[in-house]
Each structure stands twice: as structure tokens, then as C-alpha cells.
Design a protein around this ligand. Structure first.
Ligand code: MG
Ligand code: MG
Length: 253
């Protein structure tokens, strides 16, 4: 995973990461009407794979050793890293998390969105909304001179104030040139602690928020992470640059 120290990006490199990020953003937008009850997670994967190729990009996740898909698509109690399957049919009320990375001209954008299916419970809807807000609050902390702990603290405080919990075992990361770069970006923590944020850092911030406990376990397929207690989980992720002008989201259009 992470290693070799933090890679500070030039403004030119940040522009290139934004171009890759725009492909992910357009893909996640186009998936909004596509993901509905009856579609399989493998069909969503094929949609993503075709979209990335047409845009001239490469599916970053296929470069992860032993992973062969462009996306991870985790549903309901699945937290992250679920493999697209032809027998996984989306149902009414599901929370569908699509995580995707795109490499374009050697630069990488990484983003995740939670799609709430019609008929979702009040709790599921609230969990998705709170998780989305957690990411916004985290991004607001991604400014020069703040610390990594300020990002995690903003997420933890907001999630827990709504009775939800923050996943500990999986964290955000530096990104842009390699998929996973330093530093790790925990979604929990204390204000004023950890690495100082500097201009030119590019971070994938990706809070995973659970309905009940924060504990997770990995299924026998070796990839799929689920909540230990069977509760729901939601996730949003953006690739964000820390600039002199403030945080810049690179995975939106
Ligand atoms: Mg991701
Ligand atoms: Mg990521």
C-alpha cells in the first residue's frame, strides 16, 4: 500500500489528476439513472469498464494485484471491496456503493458514491446523507496548515453525533500518481494531530460510516468487507487537492 513518503504535486500534475478525476465523475453521474432494481453489479461493472475505455482511460483497480475489475460494488452491509457479480441483483431499498479509479495519461482519480434505491428505509437514507455530509465536512478541513487529524475528527464527530460509527480498518490515502500513496487518511481522530497538510498534497478522502458498530470482517472471497454486526454501511469518496486557494475536488465536473 502506501510507502515512499508523500508525493507533492505541481499545479500541472493537479490539472492532469483533475482530468482523470473528471472521467470518474462523469461515470458516477451516468450511473445515477442506470443503477436501479433488477440490474446486477456485474452489469454496472461492464457499464463502467466501457465508459472508461471510451474516455481513453484505464481502469486503475485492474492494476491492483489479483483484482480483475474496474469497480468495487458493495451493497448494504458490505462496506468496501465487494467484487461485481452476475448473481448479485440490486433490489428495492438497497444502498449501492460504487468505487472506481481511472488512470488517464498516467494520472489517477479515485471516487465513490452511494446510490440509494427507491424504497430505502429511513435509516438507510439518513446514513447515506450523513456520510455525504461527513465527506463535505472533511474536505473543508483539507487546507494548508491543518493536520490529517482535523479531517478525521470532522468526520467522526459528525457521524457519531448521528448515532453512527466510523470504520477504522480501512482509511483514505494520498493518490494521483500511484493509486495508494502516503499519507494514510484515517476517518477518525483528534484535531491538531498527525501530518501537517501542505500545498500540493492530493488525498483520497473516503469515509465509510456504519449504521451500528464500526467493526468489520472479510468474507471468504478474500475481498468483500462486511460489517461484523450486519448493519448497513455507506461511503462517499473524492480525490482532493490541497491548494493555496483551499481544497479543490478533482473528482467532480
Ligand atoms: Mg476508491
Ligand atoms: Mg480510495
Amino acid at each position: 500500500m502506501a510507502g515512499g513518503g508523500i508525493i507533492i504535486k505541481t499545479p500541472e500534475q493537479i490539472e492532469r489528476i483533475a482530468r482523470a478525476g473528471a472521467v470518474v465523475a462523469r461515470l458516477l453521474d451516468e450511473l445515477e439513472p442506470y443503477i436501479k432494481p433488477g440490474v446486477t453489479t456485474l452489469q454496472i461493472e461492464h457499464f463502467a469498464d466501457r465508459f472508461i475505455k471510451k474516455a481513453g482511460g484505464r481502469a486503475t483497480f485492474k492494476t491492483v494485484p489479483n483484482y480483475h475489475h474496474a469497480t468495487c460494488i458493495s451493497v448494504n452491509n458490505e462496506v468496501v471491496h465487494a467484487i461485481p457479480r452476475k448473481d448479485r441483483v440490486i433490489k428495492r431499498g438497497d444502498l449501492v456503493k460504487v468505487d472506481c479509479g481511472v488512470t488517464l495519461d498516467g494520472y489517477i482519480g479515485d471516487s465513490t458514491r452511494t446510490y440509494v434505491m427507491p424504497g430505502a428505509s429511513e435509516t438507510a437514507q439518513r446514513l447515506a446523507a450523513v456520510t455525504c455530509r461527513c465527506l463535505e465536512l472533511a474536505i473543508a478541513q483539507a487546507v494548508v496548515g491543518n493536520r490529517i487529524g482535523d479531517i478525521g475528527a470532522a468526520i467522526q464527530q459528525y457521524a457519531e453525533s448521528h448515532g453512527f460509527s466510523v470504520v477504522r480498518e480501512y482509511v483514505g490515502h494520498g493518490t494521483g500518481i500511484a493509486l495508494h500513496e502516503d499519507p494514510p487518511v484515517p476517518h477518525y481522530g483528534n484535531p491538531g494531530e498527525g501530518e501537517i497538510l501542505r500545498e500540493g498534497m492530493v488525498l483520497a478522502i473516503e469515509p465509510m460510516i456504519n449504521e451500528k458498530g464500526h467493526e468489520c470482517r472479510v468474507l471468504a472471497d478474500g475481498w468483500t468487507v462486511v460489517t461484523a454486526d450486519g448493519g448497513l454501511s455507506a461511503q462517499f469518496e473524492h480525490t482532493v487537492a490541497i491548494t493555496a486557494q483551499g481544497p479543490r475536488i478533482l473528482t467532480e465536473v
